[in-house]
Design a protein around this ligand. Structure first.
Ligand SMILES: Cc1ncc(COP(=O)(O)O)c(C=O)c1O
Length: 496
């Protein structure tokens, strides 16, 4: 079992400035074998800098060791378990990277004529066909660069659809209280009015609650399924029927398709439009705000509004078709973040159809295993079979003053990345754990042992938990101040 502080890392590194010793050389240069020139003559005396005040004097080895150690503190999926609920931090197989870096794909110039893009357009078409098959819908765009942009695009298309039918008053989007924050944001950015749908005590939306909110102003229901409590919205078909009967459309936030793919198709549940998060479901890197991919799948009625251009097959040839007068227009340069959907294709092709089903089943099994192993130690707000993630809370620990934030910090002492905390908002003190299918039973057990130990410590020595983390040099930061007023420069007086 992991013991706190046994990860082998010592989180107590001097700053490079503090390692400085007067006259310690960095890399000594050999005497030049060409005549010396005055640097001022070359670049202008005004561009020469005198000594840099406080510049660290360190040897090459000091520098190498310092930065190598710092790089090892960078927690990543390649170094350890990353149970961030709602983020699906699954391992990204390296073969995906190899595929995306193939020169024939990575070096394609996006302004090339269609005739010179046949290979990559063929792959785009293949990814689209696979997503059509998984979604049970009719057409896909690969352009959106993230899940949130997919939502935005979906809302735009829904609005275009209503406008084309003269239904200008349909501006209301009904969104459950368990929704991911990007859902109401995407609707509001489209100028739509967001109306919250309250989930029932069992954590899912009930038809009666939705029905009471439907009228001629309804544009869409925006549903996340499975929802952010990890629960399957089992009334989805009835909800969709009600929305359709009221003249609205049904949007699925399909970011959690890793719980459904290969097992159930949103199109069969009455969904009209959905986005995928390739960086969650299909293991592509999350990018830290960098390139992602949020393809959108639609039912035929929405095809005219898809972003332009779309990939069309013309006999044996593929072409980019931009002659689409009802399209909402282009939403991304060229054809989306191609490297991302190529990585997703590598993942899908490696696994095959049966492998994808196995992914789904294992992701669901792992989440239920963690829930079963932890439920006698932590409060479980909705004690039911979950899908890809489970939500616990700090209710049992509160009597000794231990909170969710403390539990998350203490996990760092045990060498784990904390889960998502305080989300979804409907559960006070939520701890949202998503193991994904890529973790082995041994790694799940190590995490479970750490969580159980923390529950025990919360009873017997709560100060160990409330003062965590104990390993880093700086233990509890004022996190808001650190974000708002970061001190990014070392100054001499800090050394004194
Ligand atoms: C349920 C859900 N919806 C939407 C999003 C937004 O996706 P992105 O971060 O790619 O914009 C996420 C992100 O993790 C999510 O978990």
């Amino acid at each position: 079992m992991n013991k706190p502080g046994t990860s082998g890392l010592i989180f107590n590194e001097e700053l490079i400035f503090e390692r400085s010793r007067p006259n310690r050389p960095g890399v000594p240069l050999n005497p030049p074998d060409v005549p010396l020139r005055d640097a001022g003559d070359l670049i202008g005396a005004e561009n020469l800098r005198d000594d840099i005040d406080g510049f660290p004097e360190v040897s090459e080895l000091d520098v190498v060791r310092h930065f190598t150690r710092l790089s090892q503190w960078n927690y990543s999926i390649d170094t350890g378990f990353y149970p961030l609920g709602s983020c699906t931090m699954k391992y990204n197989p390296k073969v995906n990277e190899t595929a995306a870096a193939l020169p024939g794909l990575a070096d394609v110039h996006p302004m090339s004529p269609d005739s010179a893009l046949q290979g990559i357009l063929g792959l785009a078409s293949e990814v689209e066909q696979i997503l059509i098959e998984i979604s049970g819908l009719d057409r896909v765009t690969l352009q959106p660069a993230a899940g949130a942009q997919g939502e935005f695009v979906g809302m735009m298309m829904i609005q275009a659809y209503h406008r084309a039918r003269g239904d200008h008053q349909r501006k209301r989007v009904l969104i459950p209280d368990t929704a991911h924050g990007t859902n109401p944001a995407s609707a509001a950015l489209n100028g739509m009015e967001v109306v919250e749908v309250k989930s029932g005590d069992d954590g899912i939306v009930h038809p009666a609650a939705l029905e009471a909110l439907l009228d001629e102003r309804t544009s869409a229901l925006m549903l996340t399924n499975p929802n952010t409590l990890g629960l399957f919205e089992s009334h989805v078909e009835e909800l969709a029927e009600l929305v359709h009967a009221a003249g609205g459309l049904v949007y699925l936030d399909g970011a959690n398709m890793n719980a459904l793919m290969g097992v159930a198709k949103p199109g069969d549940m009455g969904i009209d439009v959905m986005h995928f998060n390739l960086h969650k479901t299909f293991s592509t890197p999350h990018g830290g705000g960098g390139p992602g991919a949020g393809p959108v799948a639609v039912r035929e009625i929405l095809e005219p509004y898809l972003p332009s251009p779309i990939v069309r097959r013309d006999g044996e040839q593929f072409k980019l078709d931009a002659d689409r007068p009802q399209s909402i227009g282009r939403v991304h340069g060229f054809h989306g973040n191609a490297g991302m959907w190529i990585r997703a294709l590598a993942y899908i092709r490696t696994l095959g159809a049966e492998g994808l089903v196995d992914v789904t089943e294992t992701a669901v099994l792992n989440a239920n295993y963690i829930l079963a192993e932890l439920k006698s130690h932590y409060d479980v707000p909705h004690d039911r079979t979950v899908m890809h993630e489970c939500v616990l809370s700090d209710r049992k620990q509160q009597s000794t003053g231990v909170t969710t934030a403390d539990i998350a910090k203490r996990l760092m002492d045990y060498g784990f990345h904390p889960p998502t905390i305080y989300f979804p908002l409907v559960i006070p003190g939520a701890l949202m754990i998503e193991p994904t299918e890529t973790e082995s039973l041994e790694d799940l057990d190590r995490f479970i042992d750490a969580m159980r130990s923390i529950a025990e410590e919360s009873k017997t020595s709560p100060e160990q938990v409330t003062s965590a983390p104990s390993l880093p040099k700086v233990r509890r930061l004022d996190e808001v101040r650190a974000a708002r007023k970061p001190r990014l420069r070392w100054t001499q007086d800090q050394a004194e």
